[in-house]
Design a protein around this ligand. Structure first.
Ligand code: ZN
Ligand code: FE
Length: 251
């Protein structure tokens, strides 16, 4: 399985999984760059997976579906244009043309119906997890997002995380406020800078566990930094997570 990042808008990635004939697309927010890429690679789109209803993730579906007959998997509880296969989490999605199979995970927080797709050592997590960050809580509660991130933390450490946005550098900037001398974080900063604008994704879950403050709300350093910022003691886990999320929002 090959995975290609198709850049869209300013900082979105549409992930394309493909062989030399067929491609599956995750979160096609914009049709034009996808159609151009499919054309240049002589590939036929065979399926679409959608993580949540935001425009920058669904905006290209109608045009792709008008040109190609293909199933569109997406959250049942959200308004997804062109969706043919509503899913809620717990299902298995088979993409026969590519011989791929994904587990659907319910990960509410960024939106209430947000889904992630896991399979073949890859996690397509939309706007739930970013490298060194996590999605804003537009619809869900801190508790929902904390639980969703716990599901992700429990995946195999070598899982490759395919986030929907390139936010890594600004996220590292914030993460360093909490853990200025975390060696893994400093290494990740060097690594991403050296890419000079090329995608910093996918990233391994193990790297995220070592660097992402939203996955590190049990770590004394992170808790102490957030407690100091807000001038109030914080319990490890959910309380620390909620504080770190609020700090990031207010920044
Ligand atoms: Zn979103
Ligand atoms: Fe988004």
């Amino acid at each position: 399985m090959k995975v290609t990042a198709i850049p869209a808008f300013r900082d979105n990635y549409v992930w394309a999984l493909h062989d030399d004939q067929s491609a599956m697309l995750v979160d096609p927010g914009e049709a034009a760059p996808i159609l151009a890429w499919l054309d240049s690679q002589h590939l036929n789109p065979v399926a679409i997976l959608v993580t949540h209803h935001h425009d920058d993730h669904v905006g290209g579906i109608r045009e792709l579906a008008a040109r190609h007959e293909l199933p569109v998997y997406g959250p049942a509880q959200e308004n997804i244009p062109g969706r043919t296969h509503p899913v809620v989490g717990g299902e298995t999605v088979d993409i026969r043309a590519l011989g791929l199979r994904f587990q659907v995970l319910a990960t509410p927080g960024h939106t209430l119906g947000h889904l992630c797709y896991v399979g073949h050592g890859a996690l397509f997590c939309g706007d739930t997890l970013f490298s060194c960050g996590c999605g804003r809580l537009f619809e869900g509660t801190p508790a929902q997002m904390h639980t969703s991130l716990a599901l992700i933390k429990a995946l195999p450490m070598d899982t490759l995380v395919y986030c929907a946005h390139e936010y890594t550098l600004e996220n590292i900037d914030f993460a360093l406020e909490l853990e200025p001398d975390n060696p893994a974080l400093l290494r990740r900063l060097e690594e991403v800078r050296a890419l000079s604008g090329k995608p910093s994704l996918p990233v391994s879950l193990s790297a995220e566990l070592a660097t992402n403050p939203f996955l590190r709300c049990e770590e004394a350093r992170v808790i102490v930094a957030a407690a100091r910022h807000f001038g109030t003691p914080l319990q490890p886990g959910l309380e620390a997570f909620a504080a770190v999320r609020r700090w990031r929002d207010e920044r």
